[in-house]
Design a protein around this ligand. Sequence first.
Ligand code: ATP
Ligand code: MG
Length: 409
Amino acid sequence: MQIFKVGGAVRDRLLGLPVTDIDWVVVGATADEMLAKGYRPVGADFPVFLHPKTGEEYALARTERKSGRGYGGFTFHASPEVTLEEDLIRRDLTINAIAEDDLQNLTDPYHGQRDLEARILRHVSPAFAEDPLRVLRVARFAARYASLGFAVAPETLELMRQLSESGELQALTAERSWKEISRALMEDQPQVFIQVLRDCGALKVLMPEVDALFGVPQPEAHHPEIDTGLHTLSVLEQSALHKQPLTVRWACLLHDLGKGLTPEEEWPRHIAHEHTGLKLIKAVNERFKAPKDCQELALLVGKYHTHCHRALELKASTLLELLQSFDVYRRPQRFEEFIGACEMDARGRKGLEQRSYPQADYLRGAAQAAREVAVQPLLEKGFKGPELGEALKRERLKALKAYKDRASA
Ligand code: ATP
Ligand code: MG
């Protein structure tokens, strides 16, 4: 049997980037031979094994044929006769279809090195269209390598467009899609992921609520970029520049969905978009079965981002309601993420990226003031049950009034 390094490990070494996980392909072996050498099988009918010592993935060279809709609709054929070239041709991009032996000799039948040099993301063969997940993968690689100058080849974008129009994207499971989406959002240029999906018509299928934001104007005085879709891309870009966690990036993507529902007569104003957007945010959350913390933050940011922007003008009672809604006493981290998302929203405006955002520290201070109200004295006064809750609220309100006075002094 012959063993080759493939995929990301070869690609990233050639790009001069650090290599984290290594994928291997094994040519000329049977599953039984692998088991005899101590490799552990990954799935029941999937020809992939884990190395007994390193735990790295070793896949038998295989060919694939599409036999139905979606990912389940694949038949794999792995046998010792399958050649390296046959295995490489079923891979998504030419830059991912280079194999390397232990002497660093490259096998590159589909000219991946040429495309690496030319900074092109190009599909290997028309079989690309057999797995719609590749649309998301290409958009994710575009986001990852945008800063190196990579772009999607026009003919690949065209195939992605056909796939998007064919209805095949709907066959993707929430789990497979979310894995790509969440990884793409964590790249350095997550806005490129959304832009590429939009360019090929996939955004309209996957997240029509986000797609609908393009072409929707906002008031130029607050939003020099005007277009709500472009604003959303900038907010996402800022979230990566400021190294925000996934929860915040997801909330950034969805915070303005309500603006897509505003009747044209009301443009460029978007009265109550924070509320109209909630059902859309919920729908997107559920479509991709986003993790609970992502879902929760997206809804809270959607509902309250305007509160954050107006923090310095809020009455003490409104501040208190906001802090109570976030349960800042037990969930300080979530409130911090909310503030982060709102700051990205403010910075995701053309020409205002560097403007300071005093609302952030102001709200942090307010949360601190409310948190410092001690329960013990109230217990000592004999409050309990709902009355204790009310007394606590009164004390917190007092503390917030004092905080406001101090801040404006
Ligand atoms: P990463 O750095 O994200 O791990 P990678 O290219 O190694 O990038 P993997 O998901 O680890 O990506 O897959 C390893 C290789 O398997 C890819 O480089 C590609 O050749 C192939 N591959 C993985 N998923 C698909 C797919 N859905 N369609 C076609 N080829 C795929
Ligand atoms: Mg890999």
